[in-house]
Design a protein around this ligand. Structure first.
Ligand code: K1U
Ligand code: ZN
Length: 171
């Protein structure tokens, strides 16, 4: 088990645009396993590789964490190929934006292509929390945080709070 530290905003590394994985190797599977360990340790339901400082297009998500049962799913090179016109609003949080939660509106349903941990191409239709979580994590791959979807005022308040928390933690 390898838990890696999760970057928190404001950190320029979170703005990186992640690059495609060229081949799903043992090294990539090990990275996905480390991401899952880091996500569980932080009590999250999802994590993008860039959040542990690796700018590769990999996500892990586990929405079924019950009674210690773990079922992390790795999504490699995920791509939205269809999004509904219908939208849904979910209250979002982020392990890289600690202690801030707010409503974000996104397409309610999406179809997503990705490679699984065996390198096999998959097509998934998602709705509800999975659709929200996939879109939130795919934003990370493009250097976008959920606070970028908020009003200018809310985003600047959030950044001020995060900057202050970092300064306090450094003393
Ligand atoms: O940091 C991340 O990208 C993961 C993030 C995923 C997410 C959550 C909610 C809506 C959209 C995307 C999280 O896991 S935040 C933590 C969290 O969801 C949670 C923590 C403790 C208890 C219950 C939920
Ligand atoms: Zn996040």
């Amino acid at each position: 088990m390898t838990v890696r530290p999760i970057l928190t905003a404001p950190d320029p590394r979170l703005q990186a645009v992640s690059t495609d994985v060229e081949a799903v190797t043992d090294e990539i599977r090990q990275l996905a396993d480390d991401m899952a360990d880091s996500m569980y340790e932080a009590d999250g339901i999802g994590l993008a590789a860039v959040q542990i400082g690796v700018a590769k297009r990999i996500l892990v998500i586990d929405l079924d964490q019950k009674e210690g049962k773990k079922n992390p799913v790795a999504y490699i090179n995920p791509r939205i190929v269809w999004a509904s016109d219908e939208v849904a609003v979910f209250e979002e949080g982020c392990l890289s934006v600690p202690e801030i939660w707010d409503d974000v509106e996104r397409p309610a349903r999406i179809k997503c292509e990705y490679l699984d941990r065996d390198g096999k191409a998959q097509l998934l239709e998602a709705d509800g929390l999975l659709a929200t979580c996939l879109q939130h994590e795919m934003d990370h791959l493009n250097g976008v945080l959920f606070i970028d979807h908020l009003s200018r005022l809310k985003k600047s308040m959030a950044i001020r709070k995060l900057t202050k928390a970092k300064k306090l933690a450094a003393v």
